[in-house]
Design a protein around this ligand. Structure first.
Ligand SMILES: NC(=O)c1ccc[n+]([C@@H]2O[C@H](COP(=O)([O-])OP(=O)(O)OC[C@H]3O[C@@H](n4cnc5c(N)ncnc54)[C@H](OP(=O)(O)O)[C@@H]3O)[C@@H](O)[C@H]2O)c1
Length: 253
């Protein structure tokens, strides 16, 4: 089992690798012997992550790309070598209450959180960049099942992403390619801080009180991602894993 948990010889693309959960996933892939290809828009942050990865730029690489641009998705799919793993951690949260609905905001959220994931995966499949046995991990959110005020775009885009992963698992199982979802509650990252800045302190405290184990940190999520990327999880596909900090038991306290 312990042997199967290592990622030696595996080449893994991490979208949203420049920050938060994705950055931590890259560091842990490197620590487990894998090779990380770190992608995001911000070149400076990408290089900081590269330096944190054991083996540095000799073993790992960065590919900058804006996932909202179809042309850049094409370029990314041409540049990457064939993959043994992919983690889609890119995501944005924007507040769009129905009374003030802004279609442009909704389009942006769906583009990054859902459509780019589908488009890029499709390009990679068509260009034979997904090796047999490859493991795909999509970072969703607990918000796909629990609504929050102004969050219909975010929750909807994550629910769509989850169903995409399940469909993909069905379509690619004959090549032993696996697809799974990790759905965390609140995790302390830059995105978490943006949420904190946009809602009242009392509302934020209410959310946090529902987590008996408190908010997660990126390592808590990266641990599960690395397990799903490894051969120890080779019989797992089409699944959704909630990392909820105990939220499901808080109703019974
Ligand atoms: N933190 C939480 O509480 C929480 C809870 C549940 C689920 N999640 C999910 O976890 C994932 C990671 O979030 P995080 O908390 O780690 O947030 P984060 O620190 O803000 O990271 C978001 C990542 O998405 C990338 N990204 C955003 N727009 C992009 C674009 N147009 N093109 C390419 N990359 C883009 C960012 O890269 P650049 O800025 O460099 O482009 C960054 O690497 C997201 O999908 C989020 O929805 C987070």
């Amino acid at each position: 089992m312990i042997d199967e948990l290592n990622l030696k010889g595996k080449r893994i693309l991490v979208l949203g690798g420049s920050s938060g959960i994705g950055a931590q996933v890259c560091v842990q892939i490197a620590g487990l012997g894998g090779t990380a290809i770190v992608s995001g828009r911000n070149y400076e942050r990408l290089n900081i992550v590269l330096k944190r990865c054991e083996g540095g730029s000799e073993k790992h690489s960065v590919i900058p790309a804006d996932l909202s641009e179809s042309v850049q998705l094409e370029e990314l799919s041409n540049t990457v070598p064939p993959l043994d793993g992919l983690v889609y951690s890119a995501g944005i949260v924007q507040f769009n209450p129905i009374r003030f609905f802004d279609v442009h905001l909704a389009e942006q959220t769906f583009k990054i959180n859902y459509l780019a994931a589908v488009h890029l995966t499709s390009l990679l499949v068509r260009k034979k960049k997904i090796n047999p046995g490859c493991s795909l991990v999509f970072i969703s959110s607990l918000a796909s099942r629990y609504p929050f005020f102004g969050g219909s775009d975010y929750s909807g885009s994550k629910a769509a992403l989850e169903m995409f992963s399940k469909t993909l698992a069905m379509e690619l199982a004959d090549k032993k390619i696996r697809s799974n979802v990790v759905a965390p509650a609140m995790v302390e990252t830059a995105l978490f801080e943006r949420v904190r800045d946009n809602i009242s302190e009392s509302n934020m405290n209410k959310h946090l009180e529902r987590l008996p184990l408190g908010p997660g940190n990126p390592k808590d999520v990266a641990n599960l991602c690395c397990y799903l990327l490894s051969d120890a999880a080779k019989w797992i596909t089409g699944m959704r894993y909630e990392l909820d900090g105990g939220l499901s038991i808080s109703a019974f306290k």
